[in-house]
Design a protein around this ligand. Structure first.
Ligand code: AMP
Ligand code: ZN
Length: 457
């Protein structure tokens, strides 16, 4: 029995699907205006794992994860670059999917785009206005929070907390400072759609209410996303959905389980674009870091815990995978049995996706196989466990092959000489830059009393 921590009830619960023939999962995906950082990738890895675990238990799982392709950040990027927003959103959606593919993340079954569901959103907003949960004001439509007394039930925020942010700049047309936008007007030079309230565009929250209902039906089993979305985004999604569907007393009439991944952090702070402390998945891959090592590093912490990102973590994961692939290559001819798992491994996974424990069990199995390479049962449990975590998707021979570089050796030696001469002149800014530039191209320098040597990382 799978147990999952439900943020809505704040308890770990047995997962019982609404319809065991079709388990339905929705997770809030990225806003595509730029490359995604590895905090975004954590969310994608976590829900990819959850989907795989569910697929092992139930015959059909439908996983929907949206693409936010209308947003002020996208409009700003398009204006700055002088291109239509579609050019930005299509480019970064494709890169997002490609980068995640390198991390062993399968695309969701459905990846709906907000711009393709504006009609659904308009219908939703009309239903909310008709039932007096929303009102129009100066070309805007707002959800009226006091009309929904259960507001705040997911995050547990008090009314004061809810409006703390809004107080700074309360739009004059809001009836209540906590009211949030469902629709806003667009000026002629901004992207917009015709609506009963004039030409405009949807607010962010309504897209997930409309798209999840459209593709999964209500209620569905699991709604997920990063912990930063609990308030206000998920709180607002619940408000819109349960009110539009006539169940304002039942917060679980939208989604039964709410699953939130913890933050990927840098020195304790959430990784985010606005703080500038981010690392792009795309850059790491370009630098030659293996996507599978990134994935394992992400799974090395429990999904609800913060995961502090360090270079060391990925390097450690790479070493672990070197060991694991060493076992796989020595067992290429073995008759691995499907469906065989170790109890400790499955118990860990079914206990709210306890991946650190599951990985520890893979290490224990690896140790046993190294001692007794003929233990097919142990080997099968090891291989199947790795696959369930979304690992072992590389070719063992390629993984273990000595790395090569496309750079010319003469060029590398020239750079090493240039670095030495910069050092001799005490121009350490330049010497560090040369070393970092080489590192970015996968070449690592090692200094010793005999001089500088290089290797491909
Ligand atoms: P965004 O593009 O910022 O809307 O984020 C896309 C997804 O990534 C959402 O589910 C976020 O909750 C999640 N996310 C964003 N930043 C982080 C982070 N530092 N750690 C974990 N998840 C994050
Ligand atoms: Zn959402």
């Amino acid at each position: 029995m799978l147990k999952l921590y439900n943020s809505l009830t704040r308890t770990k619960e047995d997962f019982v699907p609404i319809d065991p023939d079709n388990v339905r999962l929705y997770a809030c995906g990225p806003t595509v205006y730029d490359y995604a950082h590895i905090g975004n990738a954590r969310m994608a890895v976590v829900f990819d794992l959850l989907r795989t675990v569910l697929s092992g238990l139930y015959p059909n799982v439908t996983y929907v994860s949206n693409i936010t392709d209308i947003d002020d950040k996208i409009m700003k990027a398009a204006a700055e670059q002088g291109v239509p927003i579609k050019e930005i959103t299509e480019k970064y959606t494709q890169i997002y999917n490609e980068d995640l593919d390198a991390l062993g993340v399968e695309e969701p079954d459905i990846q709906p785009k907000a711009t393709e569901h504006v009609d659904d959103m308009i219908a939703y907003i009309e239903a909310l206005i008709a039932d007096n949960y929303a009102y129009e004001a100066e070309g805007h439509v707002l959800f009226h929070v006091p009309a929904f007394p259960k507001y705040g039930g997911l995050s547990g925020r008090s009314r004061d907390d809810q409006i703390a942010g809004a107080r700074v700049e309360v739009a004059p047309f809001k009836k209540d400072p906590a009211d949030f936008v469902l629709w806003k007007p667009s000026s002629d030079d901004q992207p917009g759609w015709d609506s009963p309230w004039g030409r405009g565009r949807p607010g962010w929250h309504i897209e997930c209410s409309a798209m999840s209902a459209q593709h999964l039906g209500l209620p569905f089993d699991i709604h997920g996303g990063g912990a930063d979305l609990k308030f206000p985004h998920h709180e607002n999604e619940i408000a819109q959905s349960v009110c539009a569907h006539g169940h304002p007393d039942d917060l679980s009439s939208f989604a039964k389980f709410w699953v939130h991944n913890g933050f990927l952090t840098v020195e304790g702070e959430k990784m985010s674009k606005s703080l500038g402390n981010f690392t792009l998945t795309h850059d790491l891959l370009e630098q030659g870091v293996e996507g599978e090592a990134i994935r394992l590093a992400m799974l090395s912490a429990h999904y609800r815990q913060p995961l502090d990102w360090t270079k060391d973590k990925v390097e450690q994961s790479k070493k672990t995978l070197d060991r694991f692939y060493g076992i796989l290559i020595s067992q290429l001819d073995a008759n691995v049995q499907p469906g065989v798992f170790s109890d400790d491994f499955l118990n860990a996974i079914y206990d709210d996706l306890n991946t650190p424990k599951a990985i520890a069990e893979l290490h224990a199995l690896a140790k046993d196989i190294e001692k007794d390479p003929d233990d097919i049962e142990g080997l099968s449990a090891f291989v199947n466990g790795g696959l369930l975590l979304g690992l072992f998707y590389n070719d063992p021979e390629e993984w273990l092959a000595p790395k090569e570089t496309t750079l010319d050796e003469a060029y590398i030696l020239e750079q090493i000489a240039a670095r030495q001469s910069a050092k001799d002149k005490k121009d350490f800014t330049l010497s560090d830059k040369i070393r970092d530039d080489l590192a970015a191209q996968g070449i690592v320098l090692k200094d010793s009393p005999d001089g500088t040597s290089w290797s491909v990382e």
